[in-house]
Design a binder for this molecule. Structure first.
Ligand code: SAH
Length: 659
């Protein structure tokens, strides 16, 4: 049994206080209301994550931070009479009722309203009334209100709600603009006729249905708004460019349109799907072979990928530990990746000199101990004195090398010394020696410096990871982006790259729940911010099939069945478009891009897949056509084919050299 009171305290501290909500009555109310009682049965364990959760009828319970921030922004005080539009689960109304004198909440779904009423009564919160109806008309009999909170986003502020605001009262309401960006607005009534409007920032709410907009099915309403003559699946089917079979040379040709970009980023909707790897291999092959792209950079650890990088460039192997031993080894130790590596090696073998050969690099941060080893081995080779100093500095991290995730906790609870200064100094020293060292061997120097940068980033990552929140994710994605920049720089001003990483890293975070609700950024966003139209962000998706994934972090890989996509997801629209394999290019399909911009559920499967709690663990809201420039669809997909991570698996530890 979870300790909900503790979880609630932590939620208030980590997600609400730390993000700037100060009003003590709001914080006390958030600590009092048992949010687990407002979520669907079976979802209680997620009640204190700072995310919206589904509550049935296609609606969501508001995210705790947003509830707190809205109530604070509205300036709700003891004794106030408050209206909430969009009662949903009744959670926000419950929080309001702990502060205000009386709360009037309207919900258009009768079933939700009824259940909200029962929950509030069960908790003895008897100063709240919930009624079923269209909240855009307000609750005239009880007006005026000291505050109005609107928990769903419309394109306009309903006049009835302005009218029902008392003078001096405040309304907080999300409003969506023509580009489907939602902004939170605070409207203060300063006199009988005057209102003062202030924008408070970006948000993501479900649609406010009512007033001018047609009632009934939300999806149908949204769709009628955009495209009167066809359903969304029909529009997708019309826009779809069929893709040839994966083995067919012609597959990559459809992606020639992106060959003028500096960076083509290729996503994946899981870390264990064969089709995503094979498609990315086919596209990359085309971009390298026909269009001269310089390297591929993947969501793998730098030192591990470097072993592959040396192999494909025909450089002698180093006596390092075999690459990709760490969980999740199947991401790289699989037959789909080895076929690509074999091809790249063969392609490069035909070109004279390593400088003309296409590279293979890792952007990720996790293998700190291999990076430490790599820096030391490098310095042993070229500067023994500097190697001794580096050993001393990295010694600070020795206790945590095997299990770096315990580093953050230890920094808090015991007298261990923080290693920050040591790893920064080491990185600085290597950079200062660039001229001297790089003259020996440029590729070797780039490798050593990137490893030193990785150790510096990983030290901070593991230190702050312990606190949870957006900072650790942001640090990792920033590191991946900066690594990409460094590798581009090392290849000269004209250098061009293909990137392979998960959709969650590649799809512009500003158009997803990650960015809008959790303040997370990612590689795709940073690439667009720095390189603008010189990048292409290409997402991948599937409806059903199998996937290689684990139950828990560090657990064994299993081949799992991917559930058919959720009925409110983008995936279900693509499935309904007729299935098969196809590409949708949003730049060429403006009308479809607009129709797919309103936020919907999108599936994200990582190295862990938990079909039992799929909606909560694997779906998030996103705006597909803003997040990506194009989307590649495989209706049915299958798991990657892994090798064993040891000799017992049949494939030797010499991967990639032995296969
Ligand atoms: N505050 C709620 C979150 C609800 S989500 C909570 O804490 O659980 C928004 C809700 O607004 C949905 O339940 C949706 O059905 C409702 N809604 C949308 N348009 C509405 C309208 N015009 N009138 C009343 N409710 C509306």
């Amino acid at each position: 049994m979870l300790d909900y009171a503790h979880a609630r305290k932590m939620m208030v501290l980590n997600h609400i206080t730390k993000r700037g909500v100060e009003d003590v009555s709001v914080l006390a109310a958030m600590e009092e209301v048992p949010r687990e009682r407002f979520v669907e049965p079976g979802m209680e364990e997620f009640a204190y994550d700072d995310t919206p959760l589904p509550i049935g009828s296609g609606q969501t319970i508001s995210q705790p931070f947003v509830v707190a921030m809205m109530i604070e922004a509205a300036g709700v005080k003891p004794g106030d009479k408050v209206l909430e539009v969009g009662a949903g689960s009744g959670y926000a109304a419950a929080v309001l009722s702990r502060i205000a004198g009386s709360v009037y909440a309207i919900e258009r779904h009768a079933r939700l309203a009824e259940r909200a009423r029962a929950r509030l009564a069960g908790l003895g919160y008897d100063n709240v009334r919930v009624r079923t109806g269209d909240g855009t008309a307000g609750w005239a009999e009880e007006a005026p209100f000291d505050a109005i909170i609107v928990s769903a986003a419309g394109t306009t502020v309903p006049q009835a709600l302005r009218d029902q605001l008392d003078i001096g009262g405040c309304m907080v309401i999300p409003v969506e603009d023509a580009a489907q960006h939602q902004q939170l607005m605070r409207i203060t009534r300063t006199s009988a006729t005057a209102f003062e409007d202030v924008y408070l920032g970006s948000v993501a709410f479900v649609p406010l249905v009512g007033g001018q907009e047609p009632a009934g099915n939300d999806t149908a309403a949204a769709f009628h708004h955009h495209a009167p003559s066809a359903t969304l699946p029909q529009m997708i089917a019309r826009a779809a460019e069929k893709l040839p079979e994966l083995g067919d040379e012609a597959f990559g040709r459809l992606f020639d349109r992106f060959a003028d970009r500096r960076i083509v980023l290729l996503g994946e909707a899981s870390h264990g799907t064969s089709e995503f790897y094979r498609a990315r291999a086919a596209i990359t092959r085309r971009l390298v072979e026909e269009h001269g792209f310089d390297f591929v950079a993947v969501e793998a650890d730098w030192p591990d990928a470097a072993a592959i990088g040396r192999h494909v460039k025909g450089l002698p192997p180093r006596p390092d530990a075999p690459p990709f031993q760490r969980f999740p080894a199947w991401m790289w130790r699989n037959t789909q990746v080895s076929a690509f590596v074999r091809w790249l090696h063969g392609h490069n073998a035909k070109r004279e000199g390593p400088a003309h050969r296409a590279g293979f690099y890792g952007l990720d941060i996790y293998n700190m101990s291999a990076s430490i080893e790599a820096v030391l081995t490098y310095l042993d080779r070229i500067d023994r004195e500097a190697a001794a100093a580096a050993r001393e500095r990295y010694g600070c991290l020795t206790p945590w090398q095997r299990e770096p995730s315990t580093y953050g906790r230890a920094m808090l609870t015991s007298g261990y010394r923080k290693c920050e200064e040591a790893v920064i100094a080491q990185c600085r020293d290597l950079l200062a020696k660039e001229l001297e060292y790089a003259a020996h061997d440029g590729e070797g120097y780039l490798d050593a410096v990137q490893n030193a940068r990785l150790v510096k980033a990983a030290e901070e990552y593991y230190r702050i990871m312990y606190y949870g929140g957006a900072e650790a994710w942001n640090l990792r994605d920033r590191h991946m982006f900066e690594t990409l920049e460094h590798v581009l720089e090392a290849h000269g001003p004209q250098a061009r790259a293909v990137v392979w990483a998960h959709n969650s890293h590649i799809g512009d975070a500003r158009h997803t729940e990650m960015g809008q609700i959790r303040s997370e950024l990612n590689v795709g966003q940073l690439c667009r911010e720095r390189f603008g139209d010189d990048v292409a962000l290409i997402g991948f998706g599937t409806h059903e099939g199998t996937v290689a994934a684990a139950d828990d972090w560090g657990g064994p890989m299993r081949v799992k069945t991917v559930r058919p996509s959720h009925e409110e997801s983008y995936e279900t629209l693509f499935h309904a478009a007729g299935g098969g394999r196809f590409l949708v290019d949003f730049a060429r399909q403006g009308q479809l891009a607009d129709a797919l911009a309103p936020m919907r559920l999108e599936r994200f499967i990582g190295v862990i897949y938990r079909p039992e709690t799929e909606v909560e663990s694997h779906y998030a809201l996103a705006s597909l056509s803003r997040q990506f420039d194009a989307f590649v669809w495989f209706d049915r997909t299958s798991a990657v084919t892994p090798f064993g991570t040891s000799q017992a698996g049949g494939v030797p530890d010499t991967f990639p050299f032995g296969v």
